[in-house]
Design a protein around this ligand. Structure first.
Ligand SMILES: Nc1ncnc2c1ncn2[C@@H]1O[C@H](COP(=O)(O)OP(=O)(O)OP(=O)(O)O)[C@@H](O)[C@H]1O
Length: 387
């Protein structure tokens, strides 16, 4: 969708901001550009909408050399969100959002109706916020208007330059999550500049780690964190990169163990037989509709005293996770509940349990598979070599 071919930008004073850059952003992909101040991220981005012209090389958008496209027509296909937002101070939020569609020829009423939809989409109720002026909004709300406005012309491409940089960490995380939710339905092709590795990891399908004017590594978050290509990248992503990897590696079916399963209403004797058939010290207990109730120990079933069904001997277990949740959430739940395993479900249905050993294997699997170009969905534990 966007292809950089040997792109260099040298400023008249001799500064080489971007040096022989070649990479491609696939349609619907979100690439985060991350790196220290002054390494060329913004220059890279501004060359895509021709706010800056390259000195050498070319950039293709959908196969077309953008140098041959009228910049105004080009910018209609490219939404642009910046940290300072740049809203018109004398226009209401609704009119700010409706400006571009209106300029593109949509009748005013239609443009405003679309603007209201977009405000809703970014989490701002148009009936509350539509008539306000930008200085009557919080920083986070202004950023949302900036995103709504960039989406107004429904461009296939979005350029975002530290769009959530000016807000506090809590609001920022909220905006990031909302943006991910939006992106999962809109599938825009996005270049997203940030100097925050956490943000890059959370949002990017792939991350481009910049050194001076160059990309040091362009890969999935799991690979950049798990197998940094250079010392520079390793240092940039931080000594706690192992912990960060927990956030970007999902729990998959192949990660699960399958202890015996009994039902709340099973007679104790039948449940005990089930456990001893597997020589298992405990079983997962499901209720009548198949959702996880908790667990029961073989010892508890063997005791002479107590009620006649599993219900009387089972212990509740509150730690559940949906399949696909990040390993970090799994570890956090294990620690919170002081549990040696955690139930994983698909909807309400029980799938299996994740243990600390399996969690560790999953973490190793994530980078091994990425490095070997195994599609994430096809990953199984067999792909993990023994340590
Ligand atoms: N008009 C200009 N003339 C000369 N040098 C420039 C000009 N604009 C940018 N530069 C230089 O180009 C380099 C890259 O700048 P750029 O804005 O792309 O960096 P960045 O990675 O986006 O940084 P930041 O995170 O601080 O925004 C810097 O050294 C900067 O000083």
């Amino acid at each position: 969708m966007i292809r950089f071919e040997h792109v260099t930008k040298r400023y008249p004073d001799g500064t080489t901001a971007v040096d022989d850059l070649s990479f491609e952003v696939a349609e619907g992909e979100l690439i985060t550009l991350v790196g220290p101040s002054g390494c060329g991220k913004t220059t890279t981005m501004k060359m895509v909408n021709r706010l800056i012209e390259p000195t050498d090389g070319r950039i293709l958008l959908d196969g077309e050399d953008i140098a041959t496209v009228d910049p105004v027509a080009l910018r209609r296909r490219i939404g642009y969100v910046i940290q300072q937002v740049g809203l018109f101070p004398h226009k209401t939020v609704l009119d700010n959002t409706a400006t571009v569609p209106h300029l593109l020829g949509k009748p005013r009423k239609q443009a405003r109706a679309r603007a209201a939809e977009l405000l809703d989409l970014v989490g701002l109720d148009p009936s509350t916020y539509g008539d306000r002026y930008p200085d009557q909004l919080s920083g986070g709300q202004r950023q949302r208007v900036g995103v709504a406005r960039a989406l107004a012309a429904d461009p296939p491409v979005l350029l975002m330059d530290e769009p959530f940089g000016a807000v506090d960490p809590v609001v920022r995380e909220h905006l990031q999550n909302e943006f991910l939710r939006l992106q999962s339905t809109l599938h825009k092709t996005v270049l997203f500049v940030t100097h925050d590795i956490e943000e890059a990891v959370r949002l990017g399908d792939r991350i481009a780690v910049y050194g001076a004017g160059r990309i040091e590594q362009l890969d999935t978050p799991a690979t950049v964190l798990g197998a940094p290509a250079t010392e520079y990248t390793a240092e940039f992503v931080g000594a706690d990169r192992g912990l960060k990897r927990l956030s970007v590696t999902p729990v998959e079916t192949g990660d699960l163990e399958h202890p015996p399963v009994v039902r709340l209403d099973d007679p104790v004797g039948r449940a005990a037989d089930r456990l001893s058939a597997d020589d298992a010290p405990w079983a997962v207990v499901l209720d009548a509709d198949g959702s996880v109730h908790g667990w029961v120990a073989a010892d508890a079933l063997a005791e002479g005293s107590g009620g006649p069904t599993v219900r009387d001997r089972a212990r509740p277990m509150a730690a559940h996770l949906p399949l696909g949740a990040p390993l970090r959430q799994a570890l956090s739940a294990m620690l919170q509940h002081d549990a040696g395993w955690i139930a994983v479900r698909d909807g309400d249905g029980f799938l299996g349990v994740l243990t600390p050993a399996r969690l560790h294997a999953a973490l190793r699997r994530s980078t091994t598979a990425d490095a070997a170009n195994v599609p994430r969905g096809k990953v199984s534990l067999d792909t993990v070599p023994d340590a």
